[in-house]
Design a protein. Structure first.
Length: 333
């Protein structure tokens, strides 16, 4: 039996495509991270889960295995350490000998929340994206009459944004004040305690850097953090775990763990790099090249029409809308 120690943190959500059969309908399932954590614990009754400890370093042992050292001075020994500790991974920082805070700011901050809300079209649409210039709002049905939402706001990294109750008021009245009623109703239905916010960072694909060191491996955001535009961050971590387990199952001796970890890296690198790239591309398009479509409207009491949102981006968005480019892009995504 192999003893595995996993350093992990919670993902915001897991958006998992469970069925994609040819061109038939794709079914999506959204699972809150709290449910994932509860399920993981319930499915592993013989395993030990310890919370509230901070890893400061790991130490590969000469005879195989790893010692994990905690900030409180204690340590544990395992045959394998899996660093699933997110974008600011301490495991990754030691492995690559660099500051764990090195990452690229995306240009977005996100406010996320969960509320009790049932859209009128819940039976037809379970995932919605409302888009605007340098901001967009995502609402996802998570079951039991609840909606999980994300408000992405394009701001500078050092720009301060409201916190707590002020944040909800700011989002409702200012940021999305002129948007559709559904967006503002979802925000209004959210309790202050159910909202969190953070700046979004990612890193380019780790082509030249190792995913493992001896008996230590990286998974998920620890090695391939990505923007949430495709909803694939949690999914990639789950796939990592599946492939890692598959490679470990092929070895018959603990001394071959490093070999299995290298095989895991080569099986995952191309796919995760592609998803990272597409996620970053989507974020860049939304931040720098998306705008409200240009339109012509009549003002009351005036003879001449007025051009709203005049400019090359507004014109481009209007043309794409007419040609169906945006609809096609979203379906492909």
């Amino acid at each position: 039996m192999m003893m595995v120690w996993c350093c992990c943190c919670c993902c915001c959500f897991v958006f998992c495509f469970v069925c994609r059969l040819l061109s038939v309908v794709c079914f999506g399932v959204v699972v809150p991270s709290s449910s994932c954590c509860s399920s993981s614990c319930c499915c592993s009754p013989t395993d030990k889960v310890t919370c509230g400890k901070t890893m400061v370093r790991y130490e590969n042992l000469a005879g195989g295995g790893v010692d994990v050292h905690y900030s409180d001075g204690s340590k544990e020994r395992a045959d394998l350490v899996v660093g699933a500790d997110g974008i600011w991974s301490q495991v990754r920082a030691q492995m690559h000998e660099e500051d764990k805070k090195t990452a690229t700011y995306s240009g977005f901050k996100v406010f996320a929340g969960i509320c009790e809300y049932t859209p009128h079209d819940i039976k037809e649409v379970g995932y919605k994206v409302f888009m605007g210039k340098k901001k967009y709002f995502v609402a996802t049905d998570i079951g039991k009459g609840r909606v999980q939402w994300y408000a992405f706001i394009g701001v500078d990294a050092n720009e301060e944004t409201p916190e707590g109750a002020e944040a909800l008021t700011w989002l409702h009245d200012d940021v999305f004040g002129e948007w559709t009623n559904e967006v503002r109703e979802i925000i209004a239905a959210t309790e202050v305690s159910a909202v969190e916010n953070r700046a979004l960072y990612d890193r380019p694909p780790q082509i030249t850097k190792s995913w493992s060191d001896g008996h230590v491996a990286l998974v998920g955001d620890a090695i391939h953090p990505m923007m949430p535009n495709l909803g694939q961050g949690g999914c990639m971590a789950i796939e990592d775990a599946f492939v890692l387990a598959d490679e470990l199952a092929k070895i018959d001796d603990k001394s071959r763990v490093p070999e299995a970890l290298r095989a895991y890296r080569w099986r995952r690198q191309v796919r995760t790099a592609a998803v990272q790239g597409l996620s970053r591309f989507g974020a860049e398009m939304l931040l720098r090249f998306f705008d409200h479509p240009m339109r012509v409207e009549m003002e009351e009491g005036k003879m001449m029409p007025r051009v709203v949102n005049f400019g090359y981006l507004g014109f481009l968005m209007a043309a794409w809308k007419v040609l169906g480019v945006l609809d096609t892009t979203f379906k492909l995504q």
